[in-house]
Design a protein around this ligand. Structure first.
Ligand SMILES: *Cc1c(COP(=O)(O)O)cnc(C)c1O
Length: 375
């Protein structure tokens, strides 16, 4: 059986005529940079999210960098981030000479919480970057309350959770990424809304921030050759925008397909006493960018990975090393043992294949391979 973590080919096949036509149209019109499809896609995404402004850019890492640049932070200002996440989040903080203050995460959701954030706040703290890891929104209502109390900016890293719905205590529902000051996302091919190369976007409801973000992403200019602030060159290609305009119409179906696959895994695997299936929050939907098991015994994690590989089942460890122990971000302030939950997650997690094209036969094969690890 041909199993992959994600099936981009199968997904493409279903939309082939529409996607091929969209790509060909861009080539025919040669509007490769900032063609009308870029604006069109930004508008579709803004409507989908219920966000006032969507500014597209070259990738998710750029989105995070541009967001932090737009907040006017000064060197040495502290930015709080979870230590169990992808490197991009902390990388841009360090690049801008801001100080990443890494924190523990919640053992059930793998996300940062208001309680954890509050403990990490100092007089130098200026911003928080919650990451909605694996497809579930961090618990944003209390996080926004802490941010308000301490006058901090909130930049949401929603690269893994596009489409997730967060429900506030008054039953108002907002899309993950539209709750903080700025939301950032990635259209990397394997993300839940992926293009055929690199792509990213920022969202905000704040008009001034939107204007500044637009400027920063375009060499600091609003008017050609009038550079008002220091910016970067970060654009979404027109071809990628054209592809995304086709794919965004499928995003809710994609979320449903991933959700259905996750529910089936849950049903089949939750009886196994030696592993923990993903815990779901009550106030956020889960769009299952990853379906991540937690093995109680770290020895089981590596052995299960090998056992699956021997049977042709791919699996991945997201993430093997917490940020505070990554060589590039080592400082004397952080040591092994500082964040025991994140450190143990790195030894216990294993993500199974999950994507929009999964069928029962594939899932049954994967499930029986997992079950056969321990009888
Ligand atoms: C993918 C990802 C990014 C970076 O996106 P790129 O488009 O690859 O730059 C940032 N944060 C998280 C959590 C991600 O998963």
């Amino acid at each position: 059986m041909n199993l992959q973590m994600v099936d981009l080919k199968g997904q493409y096949e279903k939309l082939k005529p529409e996607i091929d036509q969209a790509i060909q149209h861009v080539i025919d019109t040669t509007a490769f940079i900032n063609g009308p499809q870029v604006k069109e896609f930004s508008t579709s995404l803004a409507n989908y999210l219920g966000a006032k402004h969507v500014i597209t850019c070259a990738n998710g890492t750029d989105a995070l960098q541009i967001a932090l640049m737009a907040l006017g932070l000064q060197p040495g200002d502290e930015v709080i981030v979870p230590c169990f996440t992808y490197v991009a989040t902390v990388e841009v903080i360090a690049l801008l000479k801001l100080k990443p203050v890494v924190t523990e995460v919640d053992p059930d959701t793998f996300n940062i919480t208001a309680e954890i954030i509050e403990k990490a706040i100092t007089p130098k703290t200026k911003a928080i970057v919650p990451v909605h890891l694996f497809g579930q929104s961090a618990d944003m209502e209390p996080i926004m309350a802490v941010a308000k109390k301490h006058n901090l900016y909130v930049v949401e890293d929603t690269a893994q959770a596009i489409g997730a719905d967060y429900t506030f205590s008054d039953q108002v529902i907002k899309k993950a990424g539209t709750i903080g000051d700025i939301g950032c996302t990635s259209f990397f091919p394997s993300k839940n809304l992926g293009c055929y190369g690199d792509g990213g976007a920022l969202y905000t409801d704040n008009d001034e921030l939107a204007t500044l973000i637009r400027k920063i992403a375009n060499h600091g200019q609003a008017k050609k050759y009038h550079h008002e602030v220091i910016g970067v060159n970060s654009r979404l290609d027109t071809i990628q925008a054209a592809i995304l305009s086709v794919k965004i119409k499928q995003l809710d179906n994609y979320c449903k397909a991933r959700g259905a696959a996750a529910t089936y895994y849950d049903r089949q695997l939750s009886e196994l006493s030696w592993l923990q299936t993903p815990k779901r929050q009550t106030n956020s939907t889960h769009v299952f960018h990853q379906y991540t098991l937690r093995l109680h015994d770290p020895a089981d994690r590596d052995a299960l990975k090998q056992h699956l590989a021997d049977r042709g089942v791919p699996s991945m460890v997201y993430y093997p090393i917490p940020l505070h122990l990554q060589e590039a971000f080592r400082t004397p302030e952080y040591n092994q043992g500082d964040f025991p939950i994140s450190e143990s997650l790195c030894t216990q997690v294993l993500s199974l294949p999950i994507h929009t094209e999964m069928n029962r036969e594939q899932q049954d094969f994967i499930i029986s391979a997992v079950k056969s690890f321990k009888k």
